[in-house]
Ligand binder design. Structure first.
Ligand code: ZN
Length: 66
């Protein structure tokens, strides 16, 4: 298992925080989803110290595969 570069603890997973904005269409008495996520950012933090380690999945995959 890799170690967190900030706190040094061994970690087998990351905590993923997802920030999404969804667009809906509203007309009187109707409210429905217009499209998929407009913005979908991810922040991956250490589950032990909660510091931000990555902001994309490929970097996190490299971290676990190296
Ligand atoms: Zn940590």
């Amino acid at each position: 298992m890799p170690n967190c570069p900030i706190c040094g603890e061994e970690i087998n997973h990351l905590k993923a925080l997802v920030i999404a904005i969804r667009e809906y269409k509203y007309t009187p008495n109707k409210y429905y989803k217009e499209s998929h996520e407009l913005v979908n950012d991810i922040i991956l933090v250490c589950p032990k110290c909660s510091q931000i380690l990555f902001t994309d999945i490929p970097s996190a995959e490299d971290f676990f595969s190296s």
